[in-house]
Design a binder for this molecule. Structure first.
Ligand SMILES: [Ca+2]
Ligand SMILES: [Ca+2]
Ligand SMILES: [Ca+2]
Length: 86
C-alpha cells in the first residue's frame, strides 16, 4: 500500500515518522516503493509531508495502490523487497 511505510495496513503518523527516518537517517525500508507517497519515483521530505497530511485528514489520499494492496500502476526505479501484502 502506498504510504504505509511500516506495513501495518494503515497510513498514520508512524508512517510519516518512518519516512523521515528513511530520508534523514538512511534507515532501511523493506518496501521503498510504499514510501513514495506522492508517486514521483523518489522518496524525500515531500513524501513525509504528504503522509502526515493524509494521516491528519487535511491532505489528499495517496495514489494507487491505496487504500489496499497492489502494485504500483506506474512502476519506477524504487524497489519493494518485502511487501506486507499477500
Ligand atoms: Ca502504517
Ligand atoms: Ca515521492
Ligand atoms: Ca510510481
Amino acid at each position: 500500500m502506498r504510504g504505509d511505510a511500516d506495513g501495518d495496513g494503515d497510513v498514520d503518523f508512524w508512517d510519516g515518522r518512518d519516512i523521515l527516518d528513511f530520508v534523514l537517517h538512511g534507515e532501511n525500508a523493506s518496501c521503498v516503493a510504499a514510501l513514495d507517497a506522492d508517486d514521483d519515483d523518489d522518496v524525500d521530505l515531500d513524501d513525509a509531508v504528504f503522509v502526515l497530511a493524509t494521516a491528519s485528514g487535511v491532505g489528499p489520499s495517496p495514489e494507487l495502490p491505496f487504500p489496499g494492496c497492489g502494485s504500483d500502476p506506474t512502476p519506477g526505479s524504487l524497489h519493494c523487497d518485502l511487501s506486507p501484502c499477500p
